[in-house]
Design a binder for this molecule. Structure first.
Ligand code: DOR
Ligand code: ZN
Length: 419
């Protein structure tokens, strides 16, 4: 395969130039001028960006147990449509991925996928926060990290023990940071919108206190940790502070937390309800500052499909979470690049090589010899968000016009999505 005439942006080498790409046996063979060459498969990428296939380290593919929302194969279709060629699935399935049998089952299914699907395992047995899983054996079997995502862990002593083990195994731990004791109804920020709705919501201090604890524990143990879906401005400042002290603390932010605020709940109801919740414009501004100064190095979607039935009814009772794979790149382009917060290079770095590095994954680059995992998109072409490859369509962005239309997603040299 040859990809001609595209503007290649490869954040791992800071390359940004008009150059062709030659692909052979699923790998990037060379970059150069191949205008004179023809191949049985030639893609003309004129006017488009050619970048490494996107990497999302936070998706919920719901298999086993909740396959009416999504499964590994439909999740992969959704990822490919969004330009992603590598994803990391969370462990809050049923059964939970906290044992070898479930992990094996999931890994086998993931091998059938058209993109690279990895999984973490739970950090504590049954997500109960009482006892660690057998980290060593699950890691050996293929779990690339550990998290109880969805359920915050209150037991600090157990976290310390987990970090010591994680450091020994050289795997990252990821944390969903929301202390439940400071939360009324999860998924809606405690503030002016919750007041309007007459409920007690989820405070941002519930995130701040846990980020503070885990940052300090990471500093003292030297473990690599990832603060998932950061949403509070104070938490961003805390991550900046702890990084300054030399801790291996990373933070991911979702496209929704950098794009919209709690006000969206008034307009979209349950489609704007997620954990942690959308917060204030001030928080969003501090998230953007964190993206700009690289306190926040990773963009991850927290793709969390729920069925239309589940998302209907009394707001307080609907499940938290929204899908994100198919709108992530265009939300980044529209709300960060087009408005001048990030360059395209910076945006793509946070969606490719940075997340790949955190999980020690061999992807996220266009270097010669690497797998031909590639996304081709037009940053200036806009489109209306209306339908999804995902089994679910719980998105507050339906009806919006966004910049950044994906043309091709290529995984290991094969076209896995074409528009
Ligand atoms: O809103 C959320 N939904 N946050 C999470 O952490 C979990 C996710 C889910 O699994 O639906
Ligand atoms: Zn979470």
């Amino acid at each position: 395969m040859i990809i001609k005439n595209g503007r290649v942006i490869n954040p791992s080498t800071n390359q940004d130039e008009l150059v062709d790409i030659l692909i052979e046996d699923g790998k990037i063979k060379a970059l150069g001028d191949f205008s004179h060459m023809e191949d049985n498969q030639t893609i003309d990428a004129k006017g488009c960006i050619v970048a490494p296939g996107l990497v999302d380290i936070h998706v919920h593919f719901r298999e086993p147990g909740f396959t009416h929302k999504e499964d590994i194969l439909t999740g992969s279709e959704s990822a490919a449509a969004g330009g992603f060629t590598t994803v990391v699935a969370m462990a809050n399935t049923n059964p939970i991925i906290d044992n070898e049998e479930t992990l094996k089952l999931v890994l086998d299914k993931m091998k059938e996928s058209k993109i690279n699907v990895h999984t973490v395992a739970a950090l504590t047995k049954g997500f109960k926060g009482q006892e660690l899983v057998d980290m060593e054996s699950l890691h050996k079997l293929g779990a690339i990290g550990f998290t109880d995502d969805g359920i915050p862990i209150n037991n600090g002593k157990l976290i310390l023990e987990a970090m010591l083990k994680a450091k020994e195994l050289n795997v990252p731990l990821s944390f969903h940071e929301e202390d439940p004791s400071f939360i009324g109804i999860a998924g809606i920020n405690e503030g002016k919108v919750s007041k309007k709705l007459g409920i007690k919501g989820a405070t941002s201090v519930s995130e701040d206190v846990m980020v503070a604890r885990d940052s300090m524990l990471a500093l003292s143990t030297g473990a690599t940790i990832d603060i998932q879906h950061i949403s509070s401005g104070n938490a961003v400042d805390m991550v900046r502070f702890i990084k300054g002290l030399g801790a291996n603390v990373f933070a991911e932010v979702t496209p929704h937390h950098f794009s919209i605020t709690e006000e969206a709940v008034l307009e979209h109801g349950a489609l704007a309800k997620m954990n942690p919740p959308l917060r204030t414009e001030k928080d969003r501004a501090r998230i953007i500052q964190g993206l700009k100064d690289n306190t926040i190095e990773i963009i991850a979607t927290d793709h969390a499909p729920h069925s239309a039935e589940e998302k209907t009814g009394e707001l307080a009772k609907t499940p938290s979470g929204i899908i994100g794979l198919e709108t992530a790149l265009s939300l980044g382009i529209t709300n960060q690049v087009k408005v001048g917060h990030l360059s395209l290079m910076e945006l793509l770095r946070k969606m490719t090589i940075n997340p790949a590095k955190l999980y020690n994954l061999d992807c996220g680059t266009l270097n010669v010899g690497s797998n031909a995992d590639i996304v081709i998109f037009n940053e200036d072409e806009s489109y209306l968000v209306e339908e999804f490859k995902s089994k679910s369509s719980n998105s507050p962005f339906i009806g919006q016009t966004l910049y950044g239309k994906i043309k091709y997603t290529i995984c290991k040299g094969k076209i896995v999505y074409k528009n």
